[in-house]
Every structure is written in structure tokens, then in C-alpha cells.
Design a protein around this ligand. Structure first.
Ligand code: FAS
Ligand code: PHB
Length: 386
């Protein structure tokens, strides 16, 4: 099999890249380890920056997003018994949109299948070869039959646990990581959201976040231990803890429950030879800043432009700058996500100094327009570098 770009992974990064390349007349093959129902059912991110919405709409992927997405002009912070709204749109003229990641994946899978170009599900043993040459290859198995794809470029969009980052020469790879001493227990519940906007709550018992997927579907998270045993959290205990931390909730049938670990992770560089990493394959952020999927979109915008220059004009300038351009944004978003996480979570529960400093940070934030502008312009999404 031969193509121009071999894409490993059909998450937001891989699917969006395939779509943008197809629109530029560049051929690709997408290889995905899981089944279509699995990737379309994976409950993950939910919040899109203005730039991500604009990117999807401009690419012709935004019809349902514009119909069903929930546009938000602000968010709420709760701490020390108080409740404060940050006027995102008033401060920046931009807004964020709630649209489940799995919905965006469904839209992009449908768009890919409509092109008739290859998207292989349930592939096995994906292995990258000759990435430092001009003729990289990907081998894999489909129904136990060995396959090979010869291509000009490989895009590693296979998430944190995929093979692409592992294919980078270890002596060239620099990894930066911080693992947080807590996780998020997330639920999806058939209950109307308690507010039309998101609520981030800092509480002595721990962090909580009230978000949503529709007017009748709530998405709620609460801070828990990093190795939390979900069996110790029956629904009743979850609702009780959410009431303690948020002040009030609308209870309903819990239809999904899971624990998500929290880490900050960056692998540099994001490119070696003809292999380009994008999205979670290169970086992970704690979800407090709602940036994971949005960073994947930002990487792919740069990669699609770089590969278009390469295939159309033989110009490698943008390819050669790909990693540097992406990492400039990645590190700003890492810092923002780390800051939001540090301000809102209980680290060392009995540390009175930590408690006072966190409350002071939040108190300064909600009483300073300058501080609110700093939060707002990062939360709605910084302008793209290119
Ligand atoms: P993805 O991980 O989405 O996609 C990678 C794809 O590669 C997957 O489909 C995988 O099956 C495939 N793959 C892996 N190995 C492969 C192989 N060997 N061969 C072929 N395919 C392979 N972000 C937020 O902003 N807010 C949140 O609340 C949030 N919650 C999250 C909860 C969980 C449990 C996780 C894991 C992540 C969460 N994220 C959240 C972050 C998440 O949304 C990611 O940032 C986003 O999925 C990144 O997209 P991709 O880079 O495409 O990676
Ligand atoms: C979500 O809706 O899943 C969500 C929103 C904001 C976050 C994290 C998750 O910071």
C-alpha cells in the first residue's frame, strides 16, 4: 500500500489531520487500533476553544457543532463560600463551546468515510520503520494478516500510549513530566446542569467541576486519590461529595463513571526525520484548563499547513519549524493548565499555608480585572502562532 501521509491514530488529532490534508488534495491512510463504536463512544473532553470551533467550521466539520454545541460567555469560580463569574466574552469578545469530544470524533469519522479514503479500524502491531529516511514505512496487521504502508510522511497521532513517540530515537527525546498527587472522578448523569455555565469549585474537601453535555445531561468531576478505587464510590457518595464541594447539584441516573489521572507531560522535539507527533502523543495537560483536545487541534493546524507546503511546493521551511512553533503554544498551555490546577486542588490537605495562598490567589483573581483578563484570554484560547 502506498500513500503520501500515514496517520497513526483516529482521535481528534489524526482525524482532523486526515480531513485537512484531504481538502488540500493530499492523500493519507489512517490506522486505528480500536473499533469505530469504541472511539465514537469514548467520553473525554467537552470544551472547545473559539479557535477550535472556527477551525472545525472552516474545514466543513462544524454543522452539527453549530447546531448542538452550547456556547458559553462565562464561567463561575466558587471558593470560601463565595461565587464569582468570570465574563469571558465581555473581557475577550470570544467564547467557548461545550461539544463532547466523542461528537466531534463522530463528525470527523463520517467525513472521512465520505471521502472514501482509507480509515482502518482494529489494526494491530503498528510499527514505524525508517522514519529518518525519505521512505518511511508502517507495518501492521489486519485480521492477523501482515500489511505494509509506504509513505512520505508519518503523523504520530496515537495518543499518550501509542507507538509513535516510542519510535523517536531515545537519545534525542527530552521528556518533561509532573504527575499530580490526585485524579478526577468523572460522571455523566441524566440530570439538568445546575448552571448554564461551568462551575469550578475549590473546597477544603477537594476540587469539583460542574459542566455538561446538553440541557439534560450533566458532566461532573471531583478530585480523588490518584489510585482511587471506583468501587468505594457508589453514586450516593459521589452526589454527597459534589453537594459538599459545589453547594448544590441536580441528581440523576449515572450513566458513565471513570477516574482520569492527572499529569503534565511534554516530549521534545515533536518531529524526527519524516515522523511528526501531534496531540497527546507529544503532550498531556491536566484537564483543569480544558486544553487537551484544543492543543491537538492547534498542532494539527500547523502540521497540515507544513505538509501542504511540502507536497505542493517542495518547501520544507514550515516542516522544519513545526516542533518549535507547536512547543511555543504547548508550554504556554502547560503553564496555564498547571496554574488552574494548582489554584483549585487540595494538595497537602492539612497545610494551612497552602490553603491561605490558594484562597489569596483566587481572591485576587476575582477582584482584579487584569487577572481575570489573563485567565479569560487563555481559557477561550490564545491566538494561533501561524
Ligand atoms: P487520542 O488519545 O484521543 O487519540 C489517539 C488514538 O490513537 C486513539 O483512538 C487510540 O485508540 C489510537 N491508538 C493508540 N495506540 C494505537 C496504535 N498502536 N495503533 C493505532 N492506533 C492507536 N481533555 C480535555 O480537554 N478535557 C477533559 O475533560 C479530558 N478528559 C480526558 C479523560 C481521559 C480518560 C483521557 C485519556 C483524556 C482526557 N482529555 C481531556 C484529553 C483528551 O481529550 C485528549 O487531549 C485528546 O483525546 C487528544 O486527542 P489525540 O491527540 O487525538 O489523542
Ligand atoms: C468537560 O466538559 O468535560 C470539561 C470542561 C472543562 C474542563 C474539563 C472538562 O476544564
Amino acid at each position: 500500500m502506498r500513500t503520501q501521509v500515514g496517520i497513526v491514530g483516529a482521535g481528534p488529532a489524526g482525524l482532523l489531520l486526515a480531513h485537512l490534508l484531504h481538502r488540500a488534495g493530499i492523500d493519507s491512510v489512517v490506522l486505528e487500533a480500536r473499533s469505530r463504536p469504541h472511539i465514537e463512544g469514548r467520553i473525554r473532553a467537552g470544551l472547545l476553544e473559539q479557535g477550535s470551533v472556527d477551525t472545525l467550521v472552516e474545514a466543513g466539520l462544524g454543522d452539527r457543532l453549530l447546531r448542538e454545541g452550547l456556547a458559553h460567555d462565562g464561567l463561575e469560580l466558587r471558593f470560601d463560600g463565595g461565587s464569582y463569574r468570570i465574563d469571558l466574552h465581555g473581557l475577550t469578545g470570544r467564547r467557548v463551546t461545550i461539544y463532547g469530544q466523542q461528537e466531534a470524533v463522530k463528525d470527523m469519522v463520517a467525513a472521512r468515510l465520505e471521502t472514501g479514503r482509507p480509515l482502518h479500524f482494529e489494526v494491530g502491531d503498528v510499527t514505524l520503520h525508517d522514519i529518518a529516511t525519505g521512505h518511511p514505512r508502517i507495518t501492521w496487521t489486519a485480521d492477523g494478516v501482515a500489511q505494509e504502508l509506504r509513505c512520505d510522511i508519518i503523523a504520530g497521532c496515537d495518543g499518550f500510549h501509542g507507538p509513535s513517540r516510542e519510535a523517536m530515537p531515545p537519545e534525542l527525546l527530552r521528556v518533561y513530566e509532573r504527575v499530580y498527587p490526585f485524579a478526577w472522578l468523572g460522571i455523566l448523569a441524566e440530570a439538568p446542569p445546575i448552571s448554564h455555565e461551568l462551575i469550578y469549585a475549590r473546597h477544603a474537601e477537594g476540587f469539583a467541576l460542574a459542566t455538561m453535555r446538553s440541557a439534560s445531561l450533566s458532566r461532573l468531576y471531583l478530585q480523588c486519590a490518584p489510585d482511587e478505587d471506583l468501587s468505594l464510590w457508589p453514586d450516593g457518595r459521589i452526589w454527597e461529595s459534589l453537594v459538599t464541594r459545589l453547594g448544590a447539584v441536580n441528581e440523576g441516573r449515572v450513566i458513565q463513571k471513570g477516574v482520569t489521572g492527572m499529569r503534565s507531560f511534554v516530549a521534545e522535539p515533536m518531529r524526527h526525520g519524516r515522523l511528526f507527533l501531534a496531540g497527546d502523543a507529544a503532550h498531556i495537560v491536566p484537564p483543569t484548563g480544558a486544553k487537551g483536545m484544543n492543543l491537538a487541534v492547534a498542532d494539527v493546524r500547523v502540521l497540515a499547513a507544513a505538509l501542504t507546503s511540502f507536497f505542493r511546493d517542495g518547501d520544507t521551511a514550515l516542516m522544519d519549524r513545526y516542533s518549535d512553533i507547536c512547543l511555543k503554544r504547548v508550554w504556554k498551555v502547560q503553564r496555564f493548565s498547571w496554574w488552574m490546577t494548582s489554584m483549585l486542588h487540595r494538595y497537602r490537605g492539612d497545610d494551612p499555608f497552602e490553603h491561605r495562598v490558594q484562597v489569596a490567589e483566587l481572591d485576587y483573581l476575582v477582584h482584579s480585572k487584569a487577572a481575570q483578563m489573563a485567565l479569560a484570554e487563555q481559557y477561550v484560547g490564545l491566538p494561533y502562532d501561524i
